[in-house]
Design a protein around this ligand. Structure first.
Ligand code: PXP
Length: 257
């Protein structure tokens, strides 16, 4: 069941949320996330990801308006499954809508969406988005039950949450990290076998990206926080190019393996 060769080019979606975080820390107009999006395109990004949170802590409504106007790359619009966000997505019709769980008090998106528990509601929620042409993606943990539910509700894409894998790596818990990586690998293959397109992301760094990039079924990685951090030291363009290089290297190595 598990294909050995990569199934296609691995796309890089650059998440620009934390350019807006830095801007908002001072209530200024800079650094401008739209400028970062343009730069990301020049550096080899295949898409831009932005999360409009309920509390607007980083990306603003105006940022989404401007991205939709200025971007030539596809926008992956991350949002919670709320009526407010659905109305915004239906107005803009971005290339993709990625549904994420959202808690006001969390620092970042913790864990994946509970699809299995809210299957009927989510099926109704995504239907109009798919109807206007958005590719609907569901951000979930590497869990068979959630993947099956995402498939049943008619999602086109799942994005696997790599946060736990990256956290274990950072904490030096290598046995747990490797077990989580194995779960991600198996669940990528499983989701693909159901006909879902598989993406992955959250917490990825230069140290953790290659094993995930090597999964043959993964078609897109969405990466933000680490790249914005590296941009302080290297500049955004070289930081993205290095991530792209590591992803391509992992893909080539897995193709000859
Ligand atoms: N994918 C999803 C669904 C996310 O919510 C996030 C974080 O906003 C990312 C990818 C990117 O994670 P990071 O900023 O840690 O690279």
């Amino acid at each position: 069941m598990v294909p050995v060769k990569p199934l296609g080019k691995l796309r890089l979606g650059v998440n620009i949320d934390h350019v807006a975080t830095v801007r908002n820390a001072r209530g200024s107009a800079y650094p401008d996330p739209i400028r970062a999006a343009r730069l990301a395109e020049e550096a080899g990004a295949d898409g831009i990801t932005a999360h409009l949170r309920e509390d607007r802590r980083h990306i603003s409504d105006e940022d989404i308006d401007r991205l939709m106007e200025a971007l030539t790359l596809p926008l992956n619009f991350e949002m919670a499954a709320t009526q407010e966000m659905q109305a915004i997505a239906l107005r803009h019709k971005p290339h993709a809508v990625c549904l994420v769980p959202e808690k006001r008090e969390e620092r970042t998106t913790e864990g994946g969406l509970e699809v299995a528990r809210e299957e009927n509601q989510l099926a109704h929620f995504i239907a109009p988005l798919a109807e206007v042409g958005c590719r609907v993606s569901i951000f979930i943990a590497a869990d068979r039950k959630q993947i099956e539910a995402a498939h049943r509700i008619g999602a086109a894409v799942i994005e696997l949450h790599t946060g736990a894998y990256c956290d274990f790596h950072a904490e030096g818990k290598f046995a747990e990290r490797d077990a989580e990586l194995q779960r991600l690998r198996e669940m990528s293959a499983f989701a693909h076998s159901l006909g879902l397109e598989v993406h992955a992301g959250h917490g990825l760094t230069y140290d953790t990206v290659k094993p995930v990039a090597a999964f043959p079924e993964v078609m897109e990685l969405n990466i933000g926080h680490f790249l914005v951090g590296e941009a302080i030291f290297l500049g955004l363009d070289p930081a993205i190019r290095e991530m792209r290089r590591l992803m391509d290297e992992a893909r080539e190595e897995s193709a000859v393996a």
